[in-house]
Design a protein around this ligand. Structure first.
Ligand code: M8O
Length: 219
């Protein structure tokens, strides 16, 4: 026996944080068992801002993943670490063109859409304007995603295999619905979302399936 103790990974997560959800999907697809430590983004002004959690994640955001004796933050870099260390059920294609397309879609969502409709930004924008603001940036980004998908989508975002792009897309569609964005102009996005909604790895990662989901929402 070596002296390496294989601890189960711990994901700091919030039930309806789209970035936590991306990582939950990737962990589930790769069949990596993990425990969840729930961080409430709203309780008492947000547990992510407490001193203890700031030590885990200096950006005071979720997710963070403790794995292999390390702590990682930022959902995309976490997913790439999982991909590099756990190659089972690959979430990046082999082909360089397709890899670039996956990264492109991930980046449009993770840099060009999600941060603009994130909780801290909406608090700053204010209650009166927040819905219109979120709709504006999600629609602007989805127009780009829909256009990109028109040349690279197959059954899923890039070809016929599930990739990191799909891990990013599905939670962002949920957020679009949350802010009542009209999704009819985005038929490819809608088709891919429908394709994945009943996939077991996606279902298990859904906000309503999370231990910290309020019971009245989970039903
Ligand atoms: O209202 C809440 O319950 C608090 C936070 C969230 O849902 C998560 C976000 O800030 C947006 C996001 O994940 O993109």
């Amino acid at each position: 026996m070596g002296d390496i103790i294989e601890e189960k990974p711990v994901l700091y997560s919030y039930w309806r944080s789209s970035c936590s959800w991306r990582v939950r999907i990737a962990l589930n697809l790769k069949e990596i068992p993990y425990d969840i430590k729930a961080v409430s983004l709203i309780k008492g002004g947000g547990e992510q801002h407490c001193n203890e959690y700031r030590e885990v994640n200096p950006m005071e955001q979720v997710p963070s993943l403790v794995i292999d004796g390390h702590t990682f933050v930022e959902s995309l870099s976490i997913m790439h670490y999982l991909e590099e260390t756990r190659p089972q059920r690959a979430l990046m294609p082999q082909d360089c063109y397709k890899r670039a397309k996956v990264r492109e879609i991930c980046e449009v969502i993770s840099s060009g859409i999600q941060p603009l409709q994130n909780l801290i930004v909406l608090i700053y924008v204010g209650e009166d304007k927040k819905k219109e603001w979120a709709q504006h940036w999600i629609m602007r980004g989805f127009r780009a995603v829909e256009k990109l998908l028109s040349s690279c989508a197959g059954k899923y975002c890039v070809g016929d295999e599930i990739t990191l792009a799909d891990c990013c897309l599905v939670p962002q569609v949920f957020n679009a619905r949350r802010f009542h964005v009209d999704l009819r102009p985005f038929p490819i996005i809608l088709r891919i979302d429908r394709e994945l909604e009943n996939h077991p790895a996606f279902r298990a990662a859904h906000p309503s399936a999370q231990p910290d989901c309020p019971p009245e929402v989970a039903k």
